[in-house]
Design a protein around this ligand. Structure first.
Ligand code: NAD
Length: 365
């Protein structure tokens, strides 16, 4: 029996979590879930978005599966997801995007893995609010050090990139490439403009790349990378990027293979691991039993592999791919039959469960 911390999350989080739990249970995975709160549900119960009980559970189990959590735009509490990544030093965000049979999309042979630095960059959380005393001090400092005049009617967010974090994420990307038989690592940056921060990232990437002569190494400026990905995504393999570019490019990659309803991500540190869909809490769909549970199910597949439950992971993955390939009991974002109507979240989960049972009967795993 393995204990795993579970955060259902906000918006569509609880319903895709329920769907995922049903499918994982059908595989027979011997997991004891520790269900805890974060985000709005935690605010209501504890008055804080990331309660001590949640942190304690994750510290103990070291494995966390979470649904999406709402972070209001511009106001309210800081992102709980970012706080979890930073508190537990989950420095590598691994987001695979692969074409799936049965999904209508512009490309058929995409097989990318985005490896995003997860603890610093534009997500460092060092921000200066308009007209605050801290901002006034920073303005004085910048006037002295950079000879720039900044209006107090300004807000500033700092982007921090360190040698340590850059080295370990690039090393992680190359090790990942070696372990998963990948041929190429592309470093994505904007070092022509952010000369010091992205420049440092690039310098460390070049240094680490030399240690892996069997893996092709190349570099792309992030704006060009975005264009290349929508023109010829099949040419790319593993991408390693500072925080913000990785976040944006993974939504772009989701668009290349059929949408946000499909993509999962792992957040890996040296001691802890957290698994979650790439998508957010899609509040407008909350409670409608409408959205695709696949991203949450794929998050569970990644988690099962991390827990070395390979048979259960394969069962879950095979069954999900079969349901998507059949294209009948799938949610609105995947449904493309001329007649009939899409399945709801739970109907799709029921069909995946049925396929798992069939695979088990056939002994086909
Ligand atoms: P979103 O990813 O929640 O939704 C954008 C669109 O993607 C939706 O309107 C929908 O069309 C589609 N979509 C998303 N999930 C889907 C699914 N499972 N099935 C089918 N279609 C799906 O992005 P948003 O609207 O910009 O953000 C909503 C909230 O989520 C914000 O508060 C944001 O901060 C938060 N968020 C959280 C995480 C996280 O917890 N890791 C990640 C991203 C966004």
């Amino acid at each position: 029996m393995v204990k795993v911390t579970l955060i259902p999350g906000d918006g569509i989080g609880p319903e895709i979590t329920e769907a995922m739990l049903k499918c994982v249970e059908a595989t027979g995975a011997d997991i004891q879930w520790e269900k805890v709160l974060a985000g709005s549900a935690a605010m209501e119960k504890y008055g804080v978005p990331l309660p001590e009980e949640t942190i304690t559970s994750f510290k103990k189990t070291r494995v966390l599966l979470k649904g999406p959590i709402t972070t209001s735009f511009g106001t309210g509490f800081r992102s709980v997801t970012v706080a979890l990544r930073q508190t537990f030093d989950l420095y590598a965000n691994v987001r695979p995007a692969k074409s799936i049979e049965g999904v209508e999309s512009k490309f058929k042979n995409v097989d990318l893995v985005i490896i995003r630095e997860n603890t610093e960059g534009s997500y460092s959380g060092i921000e200066f609010q308009k007209a605050s005393p801290e901002l006034k001090e920073l303005i004085q400092l910048l006037k002295r050090t950079h000879n720039v005049i900044i209006d107090e009617d300004t807000a500033i967010s700092l982007k921090k990139i360190s040698v340590k974090a850059s080295q370990r994420i690039v090393k992680f990307a190359f090790d990942y490439a070696v372990q998963h038989n990948r041929r190429k690592v592309t470093c994505v940056h904007k070092a022509n403009i952010h000369k010091f921060s992205d420049g440092l990232f690039l310098e460390e990437a070049r240094r680490i790349a030399q240690l892996y002569p069997d893996i092709v190494y190349e570099e792309k400026v992030v704006d060009n990378m975005a264009m290349q990905l929508v023109m010829k995504p099949e040419e790319y393999d593993v991408l390693v990027t500072p925080n913000l570019y990785g976040d944006i490019l993974s939504d772009l990659a989701a668009g290349l293979v059929g949408g946000l309803g499909l993509l999962a991500g792992a957040n890996i540190g040296s001691e802890y691991a957290m698994f979650e869909p790439v998508h957010g809490s899609a509040p407008k769909y909350a409670g409608l039993n409408k959205v695709n549970p696949t991203a949450m199910i794929n998050s569970a597949v990644m988690m099962l592999r991390h827990l070395k439950m390979f048979r259960e992971a394969e069962l879950l993955e095979k069954a999900t791919l079969k349901v998507i390939k059949d294209g009948v009991k799938v949610t609105y974002d995947l449904y493309n039959k001329p007649e009939g109507s899409p399945a709801g979240t739970m109907e799709m989960a029921d069909e995946i469960t049925r396929q798992i049972e069939l695979l088990l009967q056939k002994g086909d795993v």
